[in-house]
Design a protein around this ligand. Structure first.
Ligand code: ZN
Length: 389
């Protein structure tokens, strides 16, 4: 039903347009033109201003040709991770990959291309459909910022599909909540050779905190990581400052809180053990100096947990069955724009587009799955127009 050749060319074209987070304008303008050519209305919200980007979320409405059909929401993100500039995609044995020096950017240009192909097919074949409302978002890769700041009042849909996961054989219904943590340890600077006893090493303190910390896969539904550490200035200076940045994610609020509390406790315990008395004046007692801790704990996003019996889940499942394929429900370890859309009242499932090894230079897109994803979305839109759920 869909035009696979056109889809392949289109996704390659989109991949060739650089669109790192906060610089999605060029790809947005291209999509805006394509959508207008199909007769859709387009506008940008002010999310770009809020995140210091060069463009907002591109919001598109294609008017339906069947007035009693409920509106349907579709979304994919326009930004990509690095290294993602000057990508040279090539087709090889049924997959698209980069030349190995950059990511491919099928995350999430493949989702974007699926949506465009679905709209083109609907138009060309004059298929019955209700209003289709689309969010081509910015800044998904830097904390779902486009979705976080989207003007949801612009949408009338109460459900839809986000195209931003791995395989169309799996339907993501659950994504975790996430918390970002920034710990700054303040020690005390001193000459490492002349008077090391006057120093408090922030590196040593932070090391103790992290060494005692449960990290990685905590349980079936919880993960944690310290991903960045900065500190120290020279080998002959006892370092007085270390910053460690990490995160925890869980499908359970209780487990998430327990993990965050644990990580904080590790830093508190490590810091509280360190003090030194400095005799730098005439008083006999000297001055007691202690290590201190600064914490910044921020909620990144809230979990999503879409019931298997929900309208979008059933639409996708029926579509998959009609096309003679299989799909299973999946719980993801990552967040996606759908976390926000669900929270804002647009119930969304996340369907895979055939992309693998994401966020690495080995990223690739399996064309058969990419095409299949489009057929599924097209079928779901048709079912929705017929009010079959
Ligand atoms: Zn993505």
């Amino acid at each position: 039903m869909i035009n696979t050749e056109r889809m392949t060319e289109h996704v390659m074209d989109l991949i060739r347009i650089d669109s790192p987070s906060r610089r999605e304008k060029e790809v947005a303008l291209r999509l805006e033109k394509e959508m207008k050519d199909l007769g859709a209305e387009c506008f940008y919200d002010d999310a770009g201003d809020k995140v210091n980007g060069n463009v907002g979320n591109l919001i598109v409405r294609l008017k339906g040709n069947k007035s009693d059909a409920p509106p349907f929401f579709l979304s994919a993100h326009m930004d990509t991770v690095g290294p993602g500039e000057g990508i040279k995609p090539r087709v090889e044995n049924g997959i698209i990959k980069s030349d190995g020096t950059t990511i491919l950017g099928s995350d999430d240009k493949s989702g974007v291309a699926v949506i465009v192909e679905v709209l083109r097919t609907l138009k060309e074949q004059n298929m019955p459909h209700g209003d289709i409302e689309i969010a081509f978002t910015i800044c998904e890769e830097v904390g779902l910022l486009g979705a976080k700041h989207i003007d949801i009042s612009k949408f009338r849909s109460s459900y839809g599909i986000v195209l931003d996961s791995s395989t169309p054989s799996r339907l993501v219904l659950r994504c975790p909540s996430a918390v970002k943590m920034e710990f700054t340890v303040h020690g005390l600077e001193a000459h490492a050779g002349v008077c090391p006893e006057n120093g408090l090493s922030a590196i040593k303190i932070a090391s103790e905190a992290i060494a005692g910390m449960k990290l990685g896969r905590i349980d079936d539904i919880t993960t944690a990581n310290i991903g960045i550490i900065h500190g120290g200035r020279a080998t002959n200076i006892i370092p007085n400052l270390v910053k460690a940045v990490g995160e925890a994610r869980s499908h359970s609020e209780e487990s998430l809180k327990a993990q965050v509390d644990h990580m904080r406790q590790c830093f508190h315990d490590a810091v509280s053990g360190y003090e030194v008395t400095i005799h730098d004046d005439l008083s006999l007692e000297g001055t007691v100096r202690v290590a201190t801790l600064e914490e910044k704990i921020d909620r990144s996003y809230d979990r999503m947990d879409v019931p298997p019996g929900s309208v979008p889940a059933r639409l996708v499942e029926t579509a998959v069955a009609n096309l003679g394929h299989k799909i299973e429900h999946h719980t993801s370890g990552g967040g996606c724009d759908a976390n926000y859309f669900n929270k804002m009242g647009v119930e969304c499932v996340n369907l895979g587009t055939g992309m693998y090894d994401l966020h690495t230079v080995n990223e690739y897109l399996v064309l058969e799955e990419f095409y299949r994803c489009s057929e599924i979305v097209l079928e779901a839109v048709k079912l929705n127009a017929l009010n079959i759920k």
